[in-house]
Design a protein around this ligand. Structure first.
Ligand code: ADP
Length: 163
């Protein structure tokens, strides 16, 4: 018998693993798109390490979107984002921040190609279905804002860690 590897021996080194914050916005929840959005991240090979449904307050949303505070659409953005529940998730995997942005598509769905989440499910920038962190630094801040560390689960995923 030759030597046999185990799945756990094939994991990425932990310093290659990134995390990002993905949120299904209130329009995505209302339109029952949560399952399809989760499915795309699972199929791509990313690992879900945190998940919750919340009615977001203006306080947390103001912090989340702090860089947009001076934009003319800021107040309507807060109204939209607090209009119903959001499903907030943390996904982990190799290059997940950049890959997620590509999967989500451009901010304005009119510019997002078919095959992206926004390109497939939305038409207007003010109702673009999903949020994805735009940088590793941004992801770290957003994850800390939305999730206490104890609510993120570091579980062994034998499949996607192989790649
Ligand atoms: P992204 O969500 O792609 O990272 P931004 O950080 O620039 O984009 O904007 C945050 C969110 O603000 C967008 O996803 C969208 O919901 C909203 N938004 C951005 N630009 C506009 C706009 N011109 N009018 C209305 N809402 C906007």
């Amino acid at each position: 018998m030759g030597s046999r590897w185990t799945y756990s021996e094939l994991k990425f080194p932990s310093n290659e693993l990134e995390r990002t914050l993905i949120a299904v916005k209130p329009d995505g929840v209302q339109r029952r798109l949560v399952g399809q959005i989760i499915q795309r991240f699972e199929q791509r090979g990313f690992k879900l390490v945190g998940l919750k449904m919340v009615q977001a307050s203006h306080g947390i949303l103001s912090e989340h979107y702090g860089e947009l505070r001076t934009k003319p659409f800021f107040q309507s953005l807060l109204t939209y984002m607090s209009s119903g529940p959001v499903v907030v998730m943390v996904w982990e995997g190799h290059n997940v921040v950049q890959a997620s942005r590509k999967m989500v598509g451009q901010t304005n769905p009119a510019e997002a190609p078919a095959g992206t989440i926004r390109g497939d499910f939305s038409v207007h920038v003010s109702r673009n279905v999903v949020h994805a962190s735009d940088s590793q630094e941004g992801a770290q801040k957003e994850i800390q804002l939305w999730f206490p560390a104890k609510d993120l689960l570091d579980w062994d995923c034998y499949d996607s860690n192989m790649w």
